[in-house]
Design a protein around this ligand. Sequence first.
Ligand code: ATP
Length: 237
Amino acid sequence: MHSRLSLRNITKRYPGIVANDGVSMDIDPGEVLAVLGENGAGKSTLMKIIYGATRPDEGEVYFDGKKLDVASPAEARSLGIAMVHQHFALFDTLTVAENVALGLTRPMSIAEISEEVKRLGERYGLEVDPAGIVMELSMGERQRVEIIRALMTNPKLLILDEPTSVLTPQAVKKLFVTLHQLASEGVSILFISHKLDEIRELADRCVVLRAGKIVTSVDPKKETEQSLARLMIGAEP
Ligand code: ATP
C-alpha cells in the first residue's frame, strides 16, 4: 500500500529565509502524525503547501499515488485535503449551517446542510445547533463547526493547526475522541502542536522540524515530554 501523502524534497524560500528546506515525509491512511517544532521552524509553511495556500519553490507532493500541484485550498478540498485553522475562519454573524454552506464543493440547501450537520454531529461527537449564530458559540463549538465543514467534503486527510490552543480540557478530550474515530475510519490526521503531552496522547508518530528541516521522526509514546522538548530545540540529551 502506498502512503496517502508523500512530500519529496519540499523547499520554500522567503526573502532572507528558507522556511522549508528539502522536507520529505509520508503519512499513511488512518495515521495520526504530529509536526513538532519551535516558532519559525516552518510548520505552518509546510501545511500551507499541502492544503494549497502556497506553492513550494522545489519538490513534489504525491497524494494517493498521484503527483499534485495544488493551486488553491478549494482545489485541495476537492482532492480530499481539508484544513482546520487555529483561528477559526467563520463568519460570526451567520448561522452554523450558513457557514458550512460557504465551504462546500457542491451546492446544497440550508435544510440539507442542517440535516448533515446533525448527522455528522451525532456520528462524531460534534454536536452543534445548525441554526445557532456563530458569535454565540463557545470555542469548542466553533471548532466543531470547522471540523464539520471540513468533513462535508469527505476528506482523506485532515490538517489541524494547533487544534487545542483555545479549548477547555473537557473540549480537548472530546476532540481527541473525534480525531481517533476519524483515524480509525481511515482518515489521515496531520496536526501541528507545541503541546508535548497532547502529542504523546494523540499522535502515532511525530516529525520534528528544526530550521525548515525534518531532523527526526519518532513514536511519541516511546518518548518523554523532556526528550521531545530536547528534540524540538536541538539540545543534547
Ligand atoms: P509558528 O509556530 O510561530 O507558527 P512555524 O513553525 O509555523 O512558526 P512558519 O510560519 O512556517 O513557522 O515560518 C517559517 C519561517 O518563514 C519564519 O522565519 C517566518 O518568518 C517565515 N515566513 C513564513 N511565512 C512568510 C511569508 N509569507 N513571508 C515572509 N516570510 C515568511
